[in-house]
Design a protein around this ligand. Structure first.
Ligand SMILES: NC(=O)c1ccc[n+]([C@@H]2O[C@H](COP(=O)([O-])OP(=O)(O)OC[C@H]3O[C@@H](n4cnc5c(N)ncnc54)[C@H](OP(=O)(O)O)[C@@H]3O)[C@@H](O)[C@H]2O)c1
Length: 339
């Protein structure tokens, strides 16, 4: 690969204002700044592709999260893939493809310990490294323990996690897979391409009623990324010994009313009498999982048994718009920005 030419300045996206309600252009600032000079022990990376995620919407509000919030006046950050330009510590070679957490800027000086080498890696595209599939895989396998024949309900089925989870539930032998989404247009694609037998649509009637129709014999597993009414409905149709993996709270995060919280009423009587296991899942608590997932994902992509649904916007100036479109539910799968 020819050496990357390093310009004097590059662009980064900063948090201009903490976000409440609808995201708008005024919440972001695109700044032109000098390309950072890497210190010994750092790697200068030319970013090629980055992800935007629902968690970033919450990080813009200052509410408490497992990860740090964005700081007004500073660049946002998140997973990105790029190539090494220089590495004064000698731990990396110019031209190597790497993943690291300093997206939202064209060039990044990153501590070597936070940089993961991707060369020789089993995934066929750089974009695939930005999939949320590891979370879906871990939640279904490790938290819920999907078994052959299970009926699985996945809330937020068209999101980065959910668009992989339907396919993965199938791969693990689920007998019936039901997903929820925000529109019939997305529901049709979930059924046609992404492993879902049936779908329920937010806003098209009471969730519990739709879920009873889609899963008439009840559910064995829930992978919940939404919380609120969808979690209550899942409990109402849970079979004995059902396993629920709780992963996210999109209805609170993107519904915009209660920050990251998706308030929910759960009947303890149902949890007890049906022996329902509720288990929170956090990818950060499974450091070995990304490697296991990358192997599985690489095999599936190569033999055509898995697909990676994603939208790709082009140019760092499109990154704020990409996050806005994600919160508006415009896309299916991961939302990525090519830099
Ligand atoms: N625990 C972990 O380790 C972990 C790891 C990764 C992600 N997460 C969490 O998992 C959740 C899902 O992540 P993701 O990347 O799949 O999300 P995502 O793709 O960013 O979610 C975007 C989707 O959310 C849906 N949505 C928008 N407003 C909604 C509302 N009011 N109620 C319900 N859904 C709404 C929209 O789809 P529709 O229009 O189809 O509804 C939209 O396309 C998030 O809460 C995220 O923070 C957790």
């Amino acid at each position: 690969m020819p050496p990357t030419l390093v310009p004097a300045v590059h662009r980064e996206v900063r948090l201009a204002d903490q976000a409440e309600g609808e995201l708008a252009a005024r919440h972001f600032e695109i700044a032109e700044v000098p390309v950072p000079e890497p210190r010994t022990g750092q790697v200068l990376v030319r970013n090629r592709i980055m992800a935007v995620t629902a968690a970033m919407r919450s990080q813009m509000t200052g509410i408490r999260l497992p990860m740090a919030s964005f700081v007004r006046g500073e660049a946002l950050w998140g997973s990105a893939v790029g190539e090494v330009v220089t590495a004064p510590g000698g731990g990396f070679t110019p031209g190597e493809l790497v993943q690291h957490p300093c997206g939202w800027r064209e060039f990044a000086a990153v501590e070597e310990s936070r940089v993961r080498r991707l060369d020789g890696d089993p995934l066929p595209t750089a974009a695939a490294h930005l999939s949320q599939g590891a979370t879906a895989w871990g939640a279904l396998r490790r938290a819920a323990g999907v078994r052959p024949g299970d009926t699985v309900f996945i809330s937020g089925a068209a999101g980065g996690v959910g668009s992989m989870a339907g396919q993965l539930a199938r791969r693990l032998g689920a007998g019936r897979v039901v997903g929820s989404t925000g529109s019939e247009r997305k529901a049709a694609r979930l059924r046609a391409e992404l492993g879902y037998d049936d779908t329920i649509v937010r806003g098209a009637g009471p969730i519990e009623q739709q879920l009873r129709r889609a899963a008439p014999d009840g559910i064995d597993v829930l992978l919940d990324t939404v919380g609120g009414e969808q979690l209550t409905a899942a409990l109402a149709v849970a079979r004995p010994d059902a396993r629920f993996a709780l992963v996210g709270a999109l209805s609170g995060q993107l519904g915009g009313e209660r920050g990251a919280i998706a308030p929910v009423e759960l009947d303890p009587g149902l949890i007890i009498t049906r022996r329902v296991a509720l288990r929170g899942f956090g990818l950060y608590a499974h450091p070995d999982l990304p490697q296991e997932w990358t192997r599985e994902f690489g095999e599936g992509l190569r033999d055509g048994t898995l697909v990676f649904p994603h939208a790709l916007l082009k140019g760092i100036e499109q990154a704020p718009q990409a996050l806005r479109e994600l919160t508006q539910g415009r896309h299916i799968g991961a939302v990525l920005v090519e830099l």
